[in-house]
Design a protein around this ligand. Structure first.
Ligand code: C2E
Ligand code: MG
Ligand code: MG
Length: 606
């Protein structure tokens, strides 16, 4: 037998002879002396050298005092040649930072034990995964160091990880791996710019539903292969190309970790669309699909994965909304609009308190004599930041979050006060004011009480107030809303149905409710905009509608009257009043006062 396996016997002289350092010699002698201290010591020695587990006894500085044969085999070196050198260097442990200091602590005997996992280099060049454990021995100044080869366990772990990180259908990286890579790319701000194509197949659900999941799965797999080709990644793995991942369902992502700019991303998106355009031949089926792609490209520094994904999600939604089968590039302005929705929603209530709203009034004119009969109050938001906002921008939000209740109350009060002022300042038949009321105002506030209070406060006769509700607010109303409508009607307030014709209400049913007027939606009137482009069907419908409404005791106002030809036809059909740009756009209260002054002057001088 050779080497230190025989223990510190006759060969140790050779070992010492080859040892270059005096210090080593004395170390080894010390070890030998101790080793001779009794039987159990030599038992220990034998066990140490025969053990399967690669081990070494090291000194305080981590220098090898003796190493067993298993360690020699593990590192591909003669165990005797390992002595006297720091094991960390021999095995290329590459310990650094916290691990290095924990290692030193254990060597010094200041901790009970330390262990870490490291990649080691065998003398023949191959690497292996090893778990290194350091335990101080009962003899001071020495520690037992063992290194177990855990390469197989690591392999298994890695294969498991691969399974966990990949999608079984397409073998592409899955959502988990994608987010890991995305987070990595964004954390490394040296990367510069990062880009993402967020891809969703159009109409994939139909394939699944009509042809079954197996065809669906093979389609996904075929799509994955084409995407991988686009990404310069034929193996479906990331080998130099961009990462292609399946995020779930029919959603894929293409991650460009160091993008050169939006151009690169849009070209990539274009190539994806082109690649998917060729039909797929799957088990005798010829299938065509298209995809919608949201494209986002940003400076890496200061971008979070959540932010980037949210932007990609929004952009994909735009691509779908714009008609599918296309790519859409993230547009900060379009996004700002989306963001302002949130900002507006959260500041609505305070804006009511701060008096940021104003009313405009649009004339409602009698068809018979072109005389001004009433006005519709239309609210606007004088926003300190965004300028004047039209109701379409905020009424929906106010309904969603309930701010419509205080806002609606203010509108009612302000328009009643104004109508009363006109009545006082201008002789002749008084104007009525028509106020829009949201469903939620009927449900969530004491509308009857508010109206009664406001009429009393302002002194406006109830007959000069009209409330406009939509069909959906009135249809099927029972209980509280119906009682409210009845109470208002009994008070003398007129109830009108706004945008009539856009819903599905039944006229006969409506007439049984306390409704007195219909406002025909603009879409009806649009049908006969000019004399030449008239749609006879529309005219027939509107004529029948107006006749029926009159039989049921309802008056009819036509909305969106934009030209003289329309006005003429509506007058012939028998509509009572009209409203629209043909007569006047919504205007400030003072301009209505001027109109009133002018018409009374006109009447006077006639
Ligand atoms: P609406 O009640 O149907 O009001 C008519 C809308 O049509 C107004 O838009 C008006 O400016 C517009 N319009 C008037 N004439 C014409 C025309 O000839 N051609 C066209 N194309 N449009 C015309 P606005 O002021 O933007 O109001 C939009 C909607 O906002 C209103 O539709 C109403 O539903 C709602 N709204 C306005 N003010 C209030 C309010 O104080 N409370 C509630 N709950 N809703 C309001
Ligand atoms: Mg209206
Ligand atoms: Mg309307």
């Amino acid at each position: 037998m050779n080497g230190p396996l025989e223990g510190p016997g006759k060969d140790s002289g050779d070992t010492l002879g080859t040892a270059p350092q005096i210090l080593t010699e004395s170390n080894h002698k010390r070890w030998r002396r101790r080793a001779h201290n009794g039987h159990h010591e030599s038992d220990f020695q034998a066990a140490f050298h025969a053990a399967q587990l690669p081990m070494a006894i090291v000194d305080r500085d981590g220098r090898v005092l003796t190493a067993n044969r298993a360690l020699g085999t593990l590192l591909g070196a003669d165990p005797r040649r390992l002595t006297s050198r720091p094991l960390a260097d021999l095995a290329g442990l590459g310990l650094d930072g916290r691990v290095r200091s924990a290692y030193n602590e254990a060597l010094q005997g200041r901790t009970d034990r330390m262990s870490c996992t490291r990649r080691l280099k065998h003398a023949d060049g191959h690497t292996l995964w090893a778990e290194i454990t350091v335990t101080p021995t009962s003899r001071g100044g020495e520690a037992l160091l063992s290194i177990s080869d855990i390469s197989e366990r690591r392999d298994l772990q890695e294969r498991l990880r691969h399974l966990q990180m990949h999608d079984p259908v397409t073998r592409l990286p899955n959502r988990t791996l994608f987010f890991e890579r995305l987070a990595g790319a964004l954390a490394d701000s040296a990367t510069g710019r990062t880009g993402l194509c967020y891809i969703d197949l159009d109409g994939f659900k139909a394939v699944n539903d009509t042809l079954g999941h197996r065809v669906g799965d093979s389609l996904l797999d075929a799509v994955a292969q084409r995407l991988s080709l686009c990404a310069g990644d034929p193996a479906g793995e990331e080998c130099g190309g961009h990462l292609v991942a399946r995020l779930g369902g029919d959603e894929f992502a293409l991650l460009v970790e160091s993008s050169t700019g939006t151009e690169q991303l849009t070209q990539l998106a274009q190539s994806v669309l082109a690649a998917l355009q060729r039909p797929f031949d799957l088990a005798g089926q010829r299938l065509s699909v298209s995809a919608s792609i949201g494209v986002v490209e940003r400076e890496t520094a200061g971008t979070s994965p959540t932010e980037l994904m949210q932007a990609a999600d929004t952009t994909l939604y735009w691509a779908k909304a714009d008609g599918k089968a296309r790519w859409t590039l993230f547009d900060p302005e379009r996004n700002a609009h989306r963001m302002t929705r949130q900002a507006l929603s959260s500041t609505l209530r305070r804006a009511v308190e701060r008096g940021e709203f104003v009313l405009e009034y649009q004339p409602i004119v009698g068809f018979a004599d072109d005389a001004l009969r009433g006005v519709e109050a239309l609210v606007r938001w004088r926003h300190p930041q965004f300028g004047t906002l039209s109701p379409d921008r905020f009424i929906g939000l106010a309904e969603e979050n309930g701010a419509i209740v205080p806002l609606g109350r203010w509108v009612l009060e302000e328009s009643c006060r104004q109508a009363r002022r006109w009545m006082r300042e201008h002789p002749g038949p008084p104007l009525y004011v028509s106020v829009n009321v949201a469903v939620r105002q009927v449900w969530d506030s004491d509308l009857v009480r508010d109206v009664a209070d406001i009429l009393e406060e302002t002194g406006l006769p109830s007959g000069l107030l009209q409330l406009e509700l939509t069909e959906s607010a009135v249809m099927g109303s029972a209980g509280r809303p119906l009682q409210a409508l009845q109470a208002l009607s009994e008070m003398g307030v007129r109830i009108a149905i706004d945008d009539f014709g856009t819903g599905y209400s039944n006229l006969a049913y409506l007439s049984r409710l306390p409704v007195r007027a219909l406002k025909l939606d603009g879409t009806f009137v649009r049908g006969f905009r000019t004399a030449r482009h008239q749609n006879p069907a529309d005219e027939t419908i509107v004529t029948a509608l107006v006749q029926l409404a009159h039989k049921l005791g309802l008056t009819v106002t036509a909305e969106c009257v934009e030209g003289p030809a329309q006005a003429e036809r509506l007058r012939r059909i028998g509509c009572d009043t009209g409203q629209g740009w043909h007569y006047a756009k919504p205007m400030e209260a003072d301009r209505i006062s001027e109109l009133l002054a002018w018409s009374s002057h006109d009447v006077g001088s006639a």
